[in-house]
Design a protein around this ligand. Structure first.
Ligand SMILES: [Mg+2]
Length: 265
């Protein structure tokens, strides 16, 4: 079941792309092997970035959260599906006007990337995990989709875990707009779609074959690596149980109990 990478298996890796919940911490509890592993990445002359599909918060919000938990992270050491989407829009649709259904934090990410946000007559609708969504945004979004604007969603997650249980995420908004307008996104940027990793590899200036993704979910973290062409390392410290792995069609390159089993040179 376990298939640990040797240090020569990872010799060409320049950047470790880390999932957060279930990989470096569980809830608010940092795993005891997390800090030594991150230290070993730095000691070996490599870099790490934390990756999340959650577009309701900005990268800087996550940097604050990680630091509060005692996890060392660079100022631009977190990459979200929201930032990936802003960079994607800027590159693929330069000069376009965007109607954004997103939180104030996501709005800030788009503004920092220099994307033009408008309330009327957009070229593109971007749909994020908007925890401030209201009927006016839904109404306008549906009308723009009917007019045929380009439709981009930050990520496909149907639910988001919360302390009280699962709550509707961007994927549920996608389903609502599909029901109303029969339209599905032209692009979904976040995991397991390769867009998020393509944008990160451009930003970090690392080719994808020199990236290893470490995460606890087969259908997002490992599937992203498979689709994009990066190395995948599954940790069993989170959601995936050994039985899930046996049944899965998505096979990780390597499987470890936890980060503490990954040795670097
Ligand atoms: Mg996870």
């Amino acid at each position: 079941m376990l298939n640990k990478p040797s240090s020569s298996d990872l010799a060409n890796v320049e950047l470790f792309v880390m999932d957060m919940d279930g990989t470096v911490y569980l809830g608010d509890e940092v795993f005891p092997w997390t800090l030594p592993f991150l230290e070993s990445i730095k000691k070996s002359g490599r870099r790490y970035v934390f990756l999340t599909n959650n577009s309701s918060k900005g990268p800087k919000d996550y940097v604050r959260k990680l630091r509060k938990l005692g996890i060392p992270v660079d100022e631009d050491g977190v990459f979200t599906s929201g930032e990936a989407t802003a960079r994607f829009v800027k590159r693929e649709y330069p000069g376009s006007k965007v109607y954004l259904i997103g939180t104030p934090e996501l709005r800030m990410v788009f503004e920092e990337e220099g994307v033009k946000l408008v309330e009327d007559d957009p070229d593109i609708l971007v749909l994020g995990y908007d925890t401030t969504i209201n009927y006016e945004k839904i109404r306008k979004g549906a009308l723009f989709l009917r007019k045929g604007v380009v439709y981009i969603a930050t990520h496909p997650d149907v639910n988001c875990p919360s302390p009280e249980g699962l709550v509707p995420d961007a994927g549920s908004f996608i389903a609502m707009f599909r029901e109303s307008t029969s339209r599905s996104p032209d692009h979904i940027v976040g995991k397991p779609n390769p867009g998020i990793l393509i944008e990160l590899s451009r930003k970090a200036n690392v080719s994808i074959d020199r990236i290893a993704i470490i995460g606890d979910r087969l259908y997002t973290d490992v599937e992203l690596a498979r689709r994009a062409g990066a190395i995948s390392i599954l940790v069993l410290s989170g959601e995936t149980k050994p039985e899930d792995l046996k049944r899965s069609e998505t096979i990780p390159d390597f499987v470890v109990e936890n980060l503490g089993e990954i040795e670097l040179q």
